[in-house]
Design a protein around this ligand. Structure first.
Ligand SMILES: [Fe+2]
Length: 370
């Protein structure tokens, strides 16, 4: 089994430890048990005890290095940033009713679809770019990346995945026509304001029809991404299979991305609640296979994320669980009376019925962009 990557350890020979040395990191034995906590002084009896145990090496563990653990990239950051720039230019031009070439976005999608295809991992820790204002652009990019991974895990062909990625990039184009005072409103919307919001798929379709040379299947993603299986969606209240698969995939990615983001009228929901929401609507409003694929292949957590457990304790994500990505392996952060923090052994949250993640303290899966 793969070793925990949340905490880097360094193996050093016992002979390198000196009496009187104050530890700047925690010392572990080779099974990961704490021998001496950070801040403690190495004493002669301590060294002799280790020698008597036949211990030849010790492991150095540093908690700070959790920040240095690189998250597995879903799509390279520079590809995302370039796509974000092109997206901003293209969507802005289209929303001002100027003809715009979709070619730069097509090329961007081609680049990240290739990256996604070559990605070997079974579970992808999604990294979302976040922006405080003008969130339509980052939202569209994040939705597209998630949708493309979903397309791959659902077994779609490469051409289908490209259509999906491009459709998802363009899906909220119509939102650029909604007045900012409605989008940014922190109070509940009036029925009239809802009607304006519900027009955005229609607006997107009109603009794309007139100003962009793209196929109908891409346009349908924008037009149908708020339709629901039970006919409760908008704008056409379509049922079940009348909604295109690409739009249904985009819908799941869209809901996940929107609910995990702060909005003027609400804070981001905790990840476990978002997953409950998706699962609760599977087969009812959202396609069951798409949701199942989502929860079995997409991880909202990264190795190194600090989370709060239902027991009230803080824990560090040590390893992702390929069977149940939403229930990673964690290590508790135990504060000792002297103020030092040590990590417990790994706990497999997929085996624990009562211990769950209930909040996020520090996530590496969300990057703020300017
Ligand atoms: Fe939308």
């Amino acid at each position: 089994m793969e070793k925990a990557r949340g905490v880097r350890t360094e193996r050093i020979p016992l002979g390198k430890l000196e009496v009187g040395q104050v530890l700047t990191t925690t010392l572990l034995d080779e099974k990961g048990q704490v021998l001496l906590a950070k801040g403690k002084q190495i004493t002669r009896p301590f060294l002799e005890r280790l020698k008597a145990r036949g211990q030849e090496y010790v492991l150095l563990e540093i908690l700070e290095e959790v920040e240095a653990v690189a998250a597995t990239e879903d799509v390279p950051l520079e590809v995302k940033k370039k796509t974000l720039e092109d997206l901003q230019d293209t969507l802005t031009a289209l929303s001002q009713k100027k003809s715009a070439s979709i070619q730069p976005l097509e090329q961007d999608v081609r680049r990240f679809v290739k990256g996604v295809r070559d990605h070997r991992e079974v579970v992808i820790p999604i990294i979302q770019l976040k922006k405080h204002d003008d969130f339509t652009f980052t939202h569209s990019l994040n939705v597209s990346v998630i949708a493309v991974f979903l397309g791959k895990f659902l077994g779609l062909g490469e051409e289908e995945i490209r259509l999906l990625g491009l459709g998802a990039l363009l899906h909220d184009l119509g939102k650029l026509h909604i007045p900012q005072e409605i989008l940014q409103k922190s109070q509940p919307l009036t029925p009239e304001e809802y009607r304006i919001i519900e027009k955005h798929p229609v607006t997107a379709l009109k603009i794309l029809d007139e100003y962009a040379a793209i196929g109908g299947r891409i346009k349908n993603v924008a037009f149908e991404h708020h339709e629901k299986l039970d006919g409760s969606g908008y704008p056409r209240r379509l049922f079940g299979r009348d909604i295109s698969l690409l739009a249904q995939i985009t819908a799941v990615a869209d809901i996940y991305e929107a609910l995990t983001s702060d909005r003027p009228y609400r804070k981001a929901l905790p990840l476990f609640e978002v997953v409950e929401y998706l699962m609760g609507n599977a087969g009812y409003k959202l396609d069951e296979k798409v949701v199942t694929t989502f929860v079995s292949h997409i991880s909202p957590y990264q190795v190194g994320d600090v989370v709060r457990l239902s027991s009230g304790e803080e824990a560090v994500v040590a390893r992702l669980n390929p069977i149940l990505p939403f229930r990673p392996f964690v290590r508790l952060r135990i504060k000792r009376p002297d103020g030092t923090v040590v990590l417990s052994e790994e706990i497999d949250l997929s085996r624990s019925l009562i211990l769950t993640i209930v909040g996020e303290i520090e996530l590496q899966s969300q990057i703020q962009v300017e």
